[in-house]
Ligand binder design. Structure first.
Ligand code: MN3
Length: 377
């Protein structure tokens, strides 16, 4: 078997670092074409020296990256990396936020399969991305643990009655709305089950992450919104489930670790022995709890269902307002629940286009971000 050629867009982020931990165990299966990072060039340099990719790319110029033996330095090289069809069997898109969309589209246009960890890509432009992928025969393999779970459960999509996405509930599940409102950045970043990047951790605290995942699931599995349910499951052991037409439910379980869905996305349709060698123990888990989500305390779920059902550019605007609001929260400028208020107040002010082009999506993304920034002044 020839080695599978892979590039990682966002290698210095949380998913990127864990992907390299996975790849360290699979060096006889994979060859790294490119590592692309943003501003953390110290870590990128360390990664490139260790893994010796053919290319390394950063958004911040750093001459040290140009001096690695056998490795070509591309400054802002995302587009170039995503154009190299012969050198990539799969590209892992592991950046956070809207920067994931362009490289993903570029890789799809070039017929390269995608392991997608960036849900914003589908929330912003799911119709366009999935249509393009179908046209080019490109696989979009989910890295998000819930969608990876669903992907593993589905045998035949026509047999599925509904998708059941699990949510840990985040750090405020058992806290009052008041406590949640006054949460500090530190409290919001203390996720009980998953160790992730800052943006997604705040999204998990507001449950907006789950909202975005509903939209992501709609696009990935071409499933209408009324057939996508969310259930709170604090242990994060059941990663998601499907219910088939005959009533049979299939769930995917495992320890809460991103290594498994990352590895599955890049090894699919095969499975390899990898970093997670320890066997799963039902006895150690002992119990699994489930409860209905509280839509009043976490209105983010309704925002997502509403924007999703409206379709078109509505989810683009939702994503943009949320992202800017989360950044403002992380900078300490607003309280956590202000994120909800901003979405609620600004969504009706955003221009709506039912079938936006990709240029219109970027324009509407910008419009929603500007509206958000203006109301923060
Ligand atoms: Mn997830």
């Amino acid at each position: 078997m020839p080695k599978r050629k892979i590039s990682i867009i966002g290698s210095t982020g949380s998913i990127g670092r864990q992907a390299l931990e996975v790849l360290e165990y699979l060096q006889d299966k994979f060859e790294i074409t490119a590592l692309a990072g943003g501003l953390n060039t110290d870590l990128l340099l360390e990664q490139a020296e260790k893994f010796r990719p053919k290319y390394v790319s950063s958004d911040k110029y750093d001459e040290r990256l140009g001096k690695i033996n056998g490795c070509k330095y591309l400054f802002n090289g995302l587009e170039e990396i995503c154009s190299k069809k012969d050198e990539n069997d799969i590209i892992l898109v592991a950046v956070s936020g809207k920067v994931g969309l362009k490289p993903t589209l570029k890789a799809i246009e070039n017929g390269i399969d995608i392991a997608l960890a960036n849900k914003e890509t589908l929330v912003m432009a799911g119709d366009i991305v999935m249509a393009k992928a179908r046209e080019k025969g490109v696989k979009i393999l989910p890295v998000d643990s819930e969608h990876s779970a669903i992907h593993q459960c589905i045998k035949e999509i026509n047999q599925v009655r509904k998708l059941i996405i699990t949510a840990s509930g985040g750090p405020f599940l058992k806290k009052s709305r008041e406590e949640m409102h006054n949460a500090t950045v530190e409290q919001a970043l203390a996720h009980p089950k998953w160790n992730m990047g800052k943006k997604i951790t705040v999204d998990s605290a507001t449950l907006m992450n789950k909202g975005l995942e509903i939209i992501e699931a709609h696009h990935l599995f071409n499933m209408p919104y009324e057939k996508i349910d969310v259930i709170i499951h604090p242990q994060s052991v059941v990663h998601s489930a499907i219910e088939n037409k005959d009533g049979s439910v299939i769930a995917q379980l495992g320890v809460p670790s991103m290594h498994i869905p990352i590895q599955y996305a890049i090894s699919y349709p095969e499975r390899f022995e990898g970093i997670k060698t320890q066997s799963f123990s039902f006895a150690d888990i002992a119990r699994l709890d489930f409860e209905k989500p509280d839509f009043e305390k976490f209105p983010s779920l309704n925002y997502a269902y509403n924007a999703g059902r409206k379709g078109g550019s509505a989810t683009t605007s939702l994503n943009a307002i949320n992202e800017e609001a989360v950044f403002a929260f992380l900078r300490g400028e607003i309280k956590l629940c202000r994120i909800y208020d901003l979405i609620e107040n600004l969504m009706p002010q955003c221009t709506f286009i039912a079938k936006p082009t990709i240029d219109e999506i970027f324009e509407l993304d910008k419009e929603a971000r500007e509206l958000t920034k203006k109301s923060l002044l």
